[in-house]
Design a protein around this ligand. Structure first.
Ligand code: 9MR
Ligand code: 9MR
Length: 612
């Protein structure tokens, strides 16, 4: 039992590695297949303006369902003229194929438990992206993903000297031991902003499952070095990052000279020397960009702490407060450490509410955000859910986010994380939980309404695909999953399926954006170690990792730049390691993949009763 998920991972990955991917099909559906009891839809790109006959055959060739397509028509997001096939009647487990308009699909599966291997692999990504520890063959899923520890003893000083704009920074008189945590993405930066949302999502998944008495990643199932320590493997993985965020907190009494207030155009605001104790550094990262490929252990750049920010401080406050309630009975000492850090961080953010990232350093990403009202709300919500103290309730109620419409979260928009906590955490008063639930359900209804305006029938009807669009869709799916839990209504689960169907192949490129899963999986992400495309001695990605996906709005890399203005939004993507604006992988993107895959693996979720 213990090693079962790992073996599954290996066999799936091996099958993906056999030979080249098949040519794209015009029949687009989830390449993993379908659960027996949810919506099952295929999209066919076909110019016909008349409905087309379709047939589904089982493995022996017998027709099990037939009908006519629904003509959706021209779709600007894909550039396709599309038809919808509703396969909802096919519920018996098995292998099928769909024929429509003279074409036949690749075989697809209907079965329960389809999402279990994906959820296990999506969690395992976080192990694979760990810093400060060797990735060992016995845990890696396959020896080719093993590697020596990267940044094994990371005791970093603060950046000092001039940044890219020539602005001088004075540094600090301490070093912090920030060994560990997760690398963010294809780069080796470790960012508190972004680490925060990823960590929150893992911790939230644990809380969600624990409330249902479900422990899919119970100790031993995650194939981690910590497996066997008596702690749930999902929590072991989360703690790996929690410890980094705790380590990024500035010691009491330390001072920092930082810009205070919003930027004035391109210019940084005036610098002031502040009492920075309790704040968190924005990131620890390389002084200069390293080349691709670079194995983590081969990075020779200076590793530096970059200036503290209010946003990073609140990411720490929120996730440590959330962690404190999760660990309360499992590891009371760690829980107390988390809570003390959260309180200290929140107090520091209140003292210094306007210290923003300048995004003026090379060598790592910016994650700059000048509006931290949502981070304040999120932190207050977590602290309130954990302590019930009136100060935090008052802060919540005074926030514009308390009554604002819920939008799906991303690293720079975190209010929904607080709202989900208020809606679902045990012990939150009804006066807070009830409106939070209503807000999330309204947001979920809005996402479902967008499906009718989307040619591929996904809960996202934009024509402006942002950097990391797949995660936008998966975070919307997470809100749909929350709504499904709150109401028991099947339509929200079906909406989650529509979202993940898109990510796993129901898209104009006929692409599974996830490595190791589906007939046409992601193979060449922008990554410094999984860089097989550049160096045949390096591996491709382990399974279960999602590409950022189509990006029609910030086509910053050289490959994307050439496609600019020439692709329909959902087609602005290519499976190329050089395309960092389109095809990077990242912790904040894999986290909702994990959350959604795990939620779809819940047995009997359709009949979940309304929670009170
Ligand atoms: O490799 C970097 C990737 O991880 C980041 O997401 C991206 C955006 O910040 O930047 C990439 O690095 C490129 C840098 O921005 C510009 N010079 C080339 C770098 C390597 O492709
Ligand atoms: O996800 C980030 C995206 O929203 C930004 O538009 C983009 C450019 O600033 O940066 C993305 O984050 C990258 C980070 O800066 C560095 N590590 C890789 C992240 C994913 O590409």
């Amino acid at each position: 039992m213990t090693r079962r998920p790992a073996r599954l991972i290996v066999s799936l990955a091996a099958s993906a590695a056999l030979g080249a991917a098949p040519a794209p099909s015009a029949i687009h559906l989830n390449q993993l297949g379908f659960l027996p009891d949810t919506a099952k839809r295929a999209i066919v790109a076909d110019r016909s303006t008349q409905p087309l006959r379709w047939t589904v055959r089982d493995a022996r060739g017998a027709t099990v369902a037939a009908g006519e397509t629904q003509v959706i028509g021209d779709d600007a997001a894909s550039g396709d003229h599309v038809h919808l096939v509703d396969l909802g009647r096919v519920t018996a487990p098995g292998t099928y194929s769909l024929s429509v308009g003279g074409r036949t699909s690749r075989p697809f599966a209907v079965g329960a438990g389809l999402y279990r291997p994906l959820a296990a692999a999506a969690l395992h990504y976080f192990y694979q992206t760990r810093a400060g520890i060797a990735i060992e063959p016995r845990y890696a899923g396959d020896p080719r993903w093993a590697r020596p520890a990267g940044h094994a003893k990371e005791i970093a000083p603060c950046f000092s000297g001039k940044d890219e704009r020539g602005t001088p920074w004075s540094g600090c008189d301490y070093r912090l031991d920030v060994t560990g945590g997760w690398y963010d993405a294809g780069d080796h930066g470790k960012y508190v902003v972004n680490g925060g949302i990823a960590l929150w999502t893992l911790q939230d998944l644990y809380e969600r499952d624990a409330r249902a008495g479900r422990f899919p990643f119970a100790d031993g199932r995650g194939n981690l070095p910590e497996s066997g320590n008596g702690v749930d493997d999902l929590l072991d993985e989360a703690r790996w990052e929690m410890r980094l965020l705790l380590a990024m907190q500035i010691p009491d009494g330390a001072r920092a000279t930082v810009p205070v207030g919003p930027a004035r155009g391109a210019e940084a605001p005036a610098f002031r020397t502040i009492d920075a104790g309790g704040m968190a550094h924005q990131k620890v990262a390389d002084r200069r960009w390293t080349a691709l490929p670079t194995r983590p252990a081969d990075d020779r750049e200076d590793r530096l702490l970059y200036p503290p920010t209010t946003a990073a401080t609140l990411n720490l406050a929120a996730t440590a407060a959330q962690g404190a309630r999760i660990w309360r009975t499992i590891d009371p000492r760690f829980s107390a450490t988390c809570l003390a850090a959260a309180r200290r961080a929140y107090a520091a953010a209140l003292r210094h509410p306007q210290v923003f990232a300048t995004s003026s350093f090379t060598g790592s990403g910016g994650y700059g955000d000048d509006d931290v009202s949502d981070e304040f709300y999120w932190a207050a919500a977590e602290l309130y859910a954990t302590t019930g103290e009136p100060e935090f309730a008052a802060a919540l109620r005074g926030s514009p986010w308390h009554t604002a419409p819920v939008r799906a979260p991303d690293w720079g928009h975190v209010a929904a994380l607080g709202t989900i906590t208020l809606a679902t955490a045990a012990g939150v008063s009804a006066s807070e939980a009830t409106p939070a639930r209503a807000g999330l359900i309204a947001a979920a209804d809005g996402f479902l309404a967008e499906e009718a305006r989307s040619g591929y029938r996904i809960p996202y009807a934009t024509l402006d695909y942002p950097w990391g669009s797949n995660a936008v869709i998966l975070n919307r799916a997470m809100i749909l999953g929350v709504a499904q839990r709150l109401t028991g209504a099947a339509r929200y689960r079906d909406g989650m399926v529509d979202a993940i169907d898109y990510v796993l192949g129901r898209n104009p490129l006929d692409q599974s954006y996830v490595s190791g899963f589906g007939a046409r999986p992601l193979t060449n992400p922008h990554h410094r170690f999984w860089a097989h495309q550049l160096d045949a001695s390096l591996p491709g990605p382990p399974p279960g990792i999602v590409s950022g996906g189509p990006n029609s709005t910030a086509m910053a890399d050289p490959i994307a730049a050439k496609m600019k203005g020439r692709c329909a939004p959902q087609r602005c993507w290519v499976d190329d390691i050089r395309a960092y604006a389109l095809n990077e992988v990242a912790i904040n993107w894999n986290a909702p993949l994990l959350w959604v895959a795990s939620a779809l693996d819940e047995p009997g979720a359709r009949t979940t009763r309304r929670r009170r």
